[in-house]
Design a protein. Structure first.
Length: 131
């Protein structure tokens, strides 16, 4: 059951997790290697990548450094991916303007559907950064 009061942070956690997982996979880095480099447990990294855990700023900096980037760059990519996820949600649902966009998206697509939209948005952001 979705905790609607924490829905926005859940959406953000999904996007951050998708971004970290995608960057790690594009570098062909095993999860264990990234976890060790960031000085966190593999289970914590797994929870972050699946959007099941909120990442604090200290850990974000450590993960970003281990991925060869900065926390600022990751935050920039997260913001763009969140905007793209919102745009995609508007494209597949009729969003009630009186509620945050993610409420309707979660009700219609569910957490798995929203995770798919987030993955698509993250991939697009990373592909643009390669250019």
């Amino acid at each position: 059951m979705m905790d609607w009061a924490n829905g926005e942070s859940t959406v953000e956690a999904l996007v951050i997790g998708q971004l970290i997982a995608s960057l790690r996979e594009r570098r062909e880095m095993p999860q264990r290697e990234l976890a060790d480099a960031a000085e966190i447990s593999q289970s914590t990294l797994s929870r972050i990548e699946r959007g099941k855990a909120q990442i604090d700023t200290y850990t974000l900096r450590k993960v970003a450094g281990a991925l060869g980037t900065t926390a600022a760059k990751l935050n920039e990519q997260v913001e763009i991916a969140l905007e793209r996820t919102e745009q995609a949600a508007h494209g597949v649902t009729t969003v009630d303007a009186s509620k945050p966009w993610w409420v309707t998206a979660l009700k219609v697509a569910g957490i798995v559907g929203l995770a798919g939209l987030a993955a698509f948005a993250v991939s697009a952001v990373l592909d643009e950064d390669k250019k």
